[in-house]
Design a protein around this ligand. Structure first.
Ligand SMILES: Nc1ncnc2c1ncn2[C@@H]1O[C@H](COP(=O)(O)OP(=O)(O)O)[C@@H](O)[C@H]1O
Ligand SMILES: O=C(O)C1=C[C@@H](OP(=O)(O)O)[C@@H](O)[C@H](O)C1
Ligand SMILES: [Mg+2]
Length: 198
């Protein structure tokens, strides 16, 4: 880690002034993996909304879908998101559907900064193939499901404050790219110390 990139992470943390960073994007985009690296770089807590939903329900996501269906999962997801957005400085990896809820989007816009990790379908399919824990993709043609979700969701994801395109780079490099994109987005925002000299 160069001194310069450490400074940049520190500036981003100061300019966010207590607002969480919320990662959005499709299944397989790397929200959970890159979010964890990003939190380590900022020295902030990392929270995965899917994990929090599982803890709240005391059930795995596939079991929630199977026992109660997707609408109940979405209700749980929205209530967990509302709670997590109050947590202050943290990196929050959402599940791919969370940003599609209008209330969740409004809460993110009001209290956080959102980063869309965009990716093309080939990259997403290669990444999700590693795990079979995503109930929406347990379908005869998972690629067709992924394409349909991309068509529905990308126009909404595009409303995120910042967009970072995924590429063939390590998780650490992607975390650095997110820090640089946030740094650009926040340019001109006063740092916390400058706002509050006490
Ligand atoms: N930049 C990357 N390079 C290599 N593998 C990655 C990268 N980003 C994510 N992955 C891997 O891709 C898979 C899906 O990533 P994950 O973070 O679970 O995505 P999401 O939370 O957006 O669904 C995981 O196995 C993860 O380790
Ligand atoms: O895109 C979605 O609707 C979902 C994405 C999953 O999270 P990841 O995006 O972390 O895979 C998880 O919340 C659930 O399986 C539904
Ligand atoms: Mg995830």
């Amino acid at each position: 880690m160069t001194e310069q990139s450490t400074d940049m992470a520190g500036e981003v943390a100061a300019r966010l002034n207590g607002r969480p960073i919320v990662l959005i994007g499709m299944m397989g985009a790397g929200k959970s993996a890159i979010g964890r690296k990003l939190a380590a770089r900022l020295d902030w807590p990392f929270v995965d909304a899917d994990h929090e939903i599982e803890a709240a329900a005391n059930m795995s996501i596939p079991d929630i879908f199977e026992a109660y269906g997707e609408p109940e999962f979405r209700r749980l997801e929205a209530s967990v998101m509302a709670r997590l957005l109050d947590a202050g400085s943290s990196v929050l990896a959402t599940g791919g559907g969370a940003f599609m809820n209008a209330d969740t989007r409004a809460a993110i816009a009001a209290s956080a900064v959102s980063v869309w990790l965009s990716a093309d379908i080939d990259l997403l399919m290669a990444r999700v193939a590693r795990k079979s824990t995503r109930p929406l993709l347990k379908a005869p043609d998972p690629r067709a499901v992924m394409q349909k979700l991309i068509d529905e969701r990308y126009p909404v994801y595009a409303r995120a404050d910042v967009t970072v395109a995924s590429r063939d780079a390590s998780k650490e490099e992607m975390a650095q790219t997110v820090i640089e994109a946030l740094h650009d987005h926040l340019a001109g925002t006063p740092e916390k110390a400058a706002q509050d000299p006490t």
